[in-house]
Ligand binder design. Sequence first.
Ligand SMILES: [Ca+2]
Ligand SMILES: [Ca+2]
Ligand SMILES: [Ca+2]
Length: 229
Amino acid sequence: MLLTKRSKGFSLLELTIVLVIVSLLSSGLMMTLSSQMEQRSRTQTQQQLQDIRDSLLGYAAAHIALDGKPYLPCPDTDGDGIENRSGNTCSNQEGNLPWNDLGLADQDAWGNRFRYRVEPGFSRNDVGFTLNTAANLRVCNLAGCTSTLATGLPAVVVSHGKNGFGATNTGNTVNPAPTSPDEIENTNGDSDFVWHTPTPPGANEFDDQLTWVPAAILYNRMIAAGRLP
Ligand SMILES: [Ca+2]
Ligand SMILES: [Ca+2]
Ligand SMILES: [Ca+2]
């Protein structure tokens, strides 16, 4: 009789065990969902970076400097997505991607602008670039650039990733600066950038995503389009 009575419901202990299992399962599910969303945002941003590189190559093929040679766009420095020039040269060699000129989205998957740096010799609209124009941008494995992934680059584009440190947001204000050396290298306005796989928050935090325009690919496309030599 006692057994029949017990089988009608859960004991407090059983209920507690069930609740613990449910909470473990749901927190595991939440973690899986949030890491899936993060991965989806990274994949989306990577696709955008590929489109940006293609658009920069297309821009060079379609824009003719006064001397008949091709040129790349200047950075946008005032938040309207349109390049900023001072006469025939860029107002600044580094700023945000001129998304409006390129016909692309104005933000990465985390709501921030893409950073864009272009070499002076590749961005004049009076004297275009040739096969001999100097290109000195570098993408390195680590800050300080003791080893390089790519050198002699005409242009580099950076998404500042999920943490968005150092990026301009869509309200055209600059987010808090990064503190890790590798992310600082992508915001300090010189010719060197860093790319490697993400590292978690902490002293060496890194979540930036990059693309770059190799000189050889740019030249190849210009020759194929009949724009160079
Ligand atoms: Ca502008
Ligand atoms: Ca970042
Ligand atoms: Ca740098």
